[in-house]
Design a protein around this ligand. Structure first.
Ligand code: C2E
Ligand code: CA
Ligand code: CA
Length: 745
């Protein structure tokens, strides 16, 4: 979770809402995103959050539907929707999922990527549904932060583009093959030319709009003629080029024919596809997007292939490889990989093999930070490493934007082998890029003989791994679906516990080493289950965070902690503060700041007695947005502590800029303070605190040797079992009464 910025987007500004009617039907080169939700707020918030977003160089265009029915109408009329952001609960509790079934099964639309959104974690669809309907992702609406949306949309758009490329490549190929056998007939030539346009459009992922022009050396047709056209150029078929009114296209085509070369214009390209036998031929496709370097290379390759192909049927094979090869990394693509899996499954030794999906961690963030060109090169480098590490007969493929697939003997896919290619830096644009991966593996022996089951199960494992085992290699076992359900069960119980008042806070005193007095209390959450057993937060906080429940729970915790502190102040501990743990999901929530403002306004204690503990690993360390947010919190008067300090990864320059008051040394260092390394880290953190003028507290102090060391190193505060355990509020009152003489300063 350390990889996302904090971000607010609700509030200040009212987003503009493009209505479907005002959207130009053939608006060029945008990714069209259909937002389907019955809450107006979600439409506005999503459009606003993504208003300036570009993915792979293109803007997003939003279509809006307020019900499943409206969505269906839009989907029937538009076959170029890249991503559908779909609310699960609309006119009926299942409206969203029912719509997914219609989209995939009745409309036969397998290309649009679907991201489900739910208001409540318990509305999340069953894993089987996600698998069977090829759903990309599901998200809670409370997770509507800009970066999360951006990350899932980028992934979805990348995979949409790839599916489209493969599809149109296949379609175009069919036409070309059909046409090239009979290029002398009009029909053959037209098929061929149309195939070229379709396939080109696929390669560039633009709409198939373009035209093809030939000049034969026959006398009556010495003038270039348009022999095929697609899109709005359709009417020009069979007309002389000179009749074309669009000057730019006309001139580019003429120049291409005259110079026998490719012409790259501002609004499109004219590609020369001629040959001595056939005469001159040029194809124009429009694209407002500046041709990137990689596209040019691809186009040149395409041109040379297509020209030769028309003369030499054997070379059709090369073209075919377009449909089965990933043009960027020159590996088999998803299509080809699926076929390989299918073939393998028919072999008697299939059970000896495993399939691994290798996903690059934080790829969307790398993309956002360093750009697409950088990422493309990174992918090429990764592909090379994987090819070297898994030579044939193993198969390495790229099956989605940042996902590679491996098919190999099970023993070759042991975790250490999968990690090995990523041990060393990748060199891209003179940068050293370390890449971590998350991997899901299925052994074919465990799944059975159905190709789709194998691929989908691998997808499920990868998804689980990405959610809960980032950076690890996770193996499929049949309990996985069971575990996912169990987590859902814990979540339900937790929600019930929260509603029914079974959660409560305990408080652990914190001590000032300068005068040995109590400086404050840390509030820690507990859950008393039905049998009266106490459940500790380590077992459920993560589930609360992932489900979004933490947001409501967090507000409740903060209010309870403030009330308790007010009580303590009235009992004579007025100088003390309360520390409350704040989790990443809370901090990022769009309403977090408003919530704090409300609390600040209503609080019976000064806000500078309320300390928020945030962990270093929340990704707060390196982002401007986070800095802004922390400053806003600070402006409300709260104090801020960095919890578990030393375990995360803050750059010093950021730490210097962060408006924090306190560093809390992680207890793992306190517990290893007997060893030199532990001691050195503690010493370093204390020095750092002195330099930056921050207070330093050590947690988890359990024995007197730890205490002595911390005193000697002049740590400001300590907290730990040695002085006091966390206590329920009544016990705390009693304990404070008993110990007032010693600790009240
Ligand atoms: P944390 O913030 O690092 O909290 C310190 C943990 O160390 C607490 O565990 C505390 O009971 C324990 N502890 C205190 N003194 C000692 C000691 O001398 N020795 C040892 N071994 N442990 C000591 P607890 O209460 O189980 O909480 C675990 C974690 O759960 C917390 O780690 C915090 O990250 C999270 N947590 C607890 N309450 C909340 C909450 O209200 N909200 C959120 N978001 N997270 C919470
Ligand atoms: Ca803490
Ligand atoms: Ca801690």
């Amino acid at each position: 979770m350390s990889d996302e910025d904090l971000m607010t987007f609700l509030g200040e500004e009212e987003p503009k809402q493009p209505s479907p009617a005002t959207v130009e039907p053939s608006a060029p080169e945008v990714w069209r995103v259909l937002i389907t939700d019955d809450e107006q707020d979600v439409h506005s918030a999503t459009a606003f959050a993504l208003r300036n977003t570009k993915i792979m160089g293109r803007r997003l265009e939003f279509l809006h539907a307020k019900s499943a029915e409206e969505a269906l109408t839009i989907l029937k009329e538009n076959d170029d929707i890249a991503v559908i952001l779909l609310d699960v609960v609309m006119e009926t509790p299942n409206a969203g999922l029912d719509l997914v079934a219609v989209i995939r099964e009745e409309l036969g639309n397998s290309q649009s990527r679907i991201i489900l959104r739910t208001g409540q974690p318990n509305q999340a669809p069953e894993i089987e549904v996600i698998r069977d309907y090829d759903i990309n992702d599901y998200k809670l609406k409370s997770e509507l932060t800009q970066n999360k949306l951006y990350a899932s949309l980028t992934t979805a758009v990348r995979s949409y583009q790839q599916i489209r490329t493969i599809e149109s490549s296949k379609q175009g190929l069919d036409l070309i093959v059909r046409g090239s056998s009979d290029l002398m007939s009009k029909r053959g030539l037209t098929d061929f030319a149309t195939g070229v346009i379709v396939q080109l459009a696929g390669l560039l992922s633009i709409k198939p709009e373009g035209l093809i022009c030939v000049r034969r050396d026959e006398k009556e047709r010495a003038e270039p003629f348009i022999i095929a056209a697609a899109g709005h150029y359709c009417e020009l078929i069979d007309r002389p080029l000179s009749e074309m009114t669009e000057a730019e296209e006309r001139d580019m085509l003429a120049e291409s024919l005259n110079t026998a070369s490719n012409i790259y214009g501002e609004h499109g390209v004219a590609l020369y596809l001629g040959s001595t036998e056939r005469g001159d031929m040029s194809c124009y496709v429009g694209s407002t997007m500046a041709m990137r370097q990689v596209d040019k290379g691809l186009l040149e390759l395409f041109c040379s292939n297509i020209s030769i192909c028309a003369d030499n049927v054997e070379l059709v094979d090369r073209l075919r490889s377009f449909a089965f090869t990933d043009a960027l990394v020159q590996l088999p693509n998803r299509n080809a990989f699926n076929e390989s899996v299918g073939q393998l499954l028919t072999r008697p030794d299939a059970a000896d093999y495993s399939l691994a999906l290798v996903d690059i961690d934080n790829f969307a963030e790398i993309n956002a930070a360093l750009g697409q060109q950088y990422c493309d090169q990174l992918l090429v480098a990764i592909a090379e490493r994987l090819k070297d590490a898994f030579p044939p007969p193993a198969i390495v493929a790229r099956i989605a934007g940042d996902t590679f697939a491996l098919l190999a003997k099970t023993e070759a896919l042991a975790a250490e082998h999968v990690h090995a290619p990523f041990k060393e830096y990748f060199e891209v644009e003179d940068e050293h890029q370390l890449v971590s991966i998350t991997c899901g593996i299925v052994a074919l022996a465990d799944i059975g003989n159905d190709k789709d089951d194998v691929l989908k199960s691998a997808g499920v494992v990868l998804k689980l791994a990405k959610n809960q085992h980032r950076g690890e290699v996770l193996h499929y076992h049949s309990d996985m679906l069971k575990h996912a359900r169990e987590r859902l069960g814990v979540l339900r119980n937790l929600r019930d516990a929260f509603e029914s008042g079974a959660l409560f806070l305990v408080f652990q005193p914190k001590f000032d080493l300068a005068n040995n007095g109590i400086s404050g209390f840390e509030a820690l959450l507990r859950w008393r289950d039905e049998g009266g057993n106490i459940i500790y937060p380590d077992t459920f906080i993560q589930i609360a965070e992932q489900s979004g429940l933490i947001v409501r729970m967090g507000e409740w915790i903060l209010r309870k902690a403030v009330d308790a502190l007010h009580d303590l102040h009235q009992r004579g501990w007025e100088g003390s503060h309360v520390s409350v743990n704040v989790s990443a999901a809370q901090l990022r929530h769009p309403d977090f700041l408003n919530m704090l403002a409300r609390i600040a306004e209503e609080s019976p204690v000064p806000t500078n007695c309320i300390d928020l503990e945030i962990t270093e690993s929340m990704g707060i360390a390196d982002s401007e947005m986070a800095l802004t947010r922390l400053n806003e919190i600070k402006n409300l008067g709260f104090t801020l502590s960095i919890d578990d300090f030393g375990t995360g990864f803050s750059s010093l320059s950021y730490l210097q800029k962060m408006p924090i008051d306190r560093l809390k040394i992680d207890q793992s260092f306190v517990h290893t303070s007997g060893e030199e390394s532990g001691r050195e880290i503690i010493e370093m953190i204390i020095q750092l605190g002195n330099t930056l003028d921050l207070r330093v507290i050590a947690e988890g102090v359990e024995n007197s040797s730890e205490l002595d060391l911390l005193k000697q190193l002049k740590c400001d505060e300590i907290q730990g079992f040695l002085y006091a355990k966390p206590m329920g509020i009544d016990d705390l009152h009693g304990w404070l009464d008993d110990n007032a003489a010693a600790y009240k300063k």
